[in-house]
Design a protein around this ligand. Structure first.
Ligand code: SAM
Length: 244
């Protein structure tokens, strides 16, 4: 999977994504990252990439020409026109299903805006997907692009060393993940739940599932609309609630 990121701040992207699991995924060739400096493509002799908005108003607007030429260079180098995502607070809100869907692509282009945004005409020419990472306004599209690259990369086969660790996570089946514990058995007067020490895998599975449902009910009840719950789930939750 190849990420091509059009940005005015390539070093921010490179530094932000070079470490830990993603760094290793790049070293091992599961994903590649190409941060392209839009400024390198400006036809302006002073290397300008932005200008005042027509009609007046605050701030500057990123101009169409350098963005279009940077995008065209990527398209020509890979020999096809992949999906091009414009990071914008006006887009569809990014979620795990979208991460899975984008992970099926071989190439993805991301366009990071800055200042007041981007000349609408180039968006009309090149963008296939308008995506937001949440209902707030950031200074640029670099952090949103990094968030998306991270979440999408985890869904690319081979990136996570243990294939299991990408499944059964929060949002799978529209549930939050169950609570996790590690050594020691007792810390700060709190014990790990006995069932997790029992060695009985069936019981552990059942406990984890019930905890997932309960946690979703407590923290994100909106997700339960989409979750498939059995009568046994409901009974177990009621039992847990009665014990509390
Ligand atoms: N004037 C624009 C508006 O009101 O829609 C906001 C521009 S914002 C200051 C600058 C850039 O940051 C945007 O072009 C976009 O690329 C990025 N950005 C800001 N908030 C974002 C969000 N929530 N999700 C994705 N990208 C965002």
């Amino acid at each position: 999977m190849n990420f091509h990121i059009l940005t005015l701040f390539p070093e921010m992207i490179e530094q932000g994504l070079n470490t830990s699991i993603l760094g290793k995924a790049m070293q091992n060739g599961f994903v590649t990252l190409d941060a392209i400096n839009i400024r390198d493509y400006t036809a302006d002799k002073h290397k300008k990439v932005d200008d005042y908005p027509y009609g007046g108003g605050a701030g500057m607007v990123m101009q169409a020409q350098p963005i279009y030429d940077a995008w065209k260079a990527v398209v020509e180098s890979i020999g096809h026109r992949p999906r091009c995502i414009y990071l914008t607070p006006q887009g569809r809100t990014f979620n795990q299903d979208m991460a899975k869907e984008f992970a099926k692509e071989e190439d993805l282009i991301f366009l990071c805006g800055h200042y007041e945004g981007v000349d609408e005409r180039v968006l009309e020419e090149i963008v296939t997907d308008f995506v937001s990472i949440g209902d707030y306004v950031l200074t640029g599209g670099e952090l949103p692009a990094m968030v998306m690259v991270d979440a999408i990369s985890r869904m690319v086969p081979g990136v996570l060393t243990n294939a299991e660790s990408g499944t059964g996570e929060t949002f799978e089946g529209s549930l939050l993940e169950y609570p996790q514990y590690s050594r020691p058995v007792e810390w700060n007067g709190k014990r790990v739940p006995d069932v997790l020490l029992s060695g009985d895998h069936k019981k552990v599975e059942a406990w984890r599932h019930a905890q997932s449902v309960l946690r979703t009910l407590e923290h994100r009840p909106d997700l339960l609309d989409e979750a498939e719950l059995s009568l046994a789930d409901v009974k177990q939750i009621l039992a847990i609630l009665q014990e509390k």
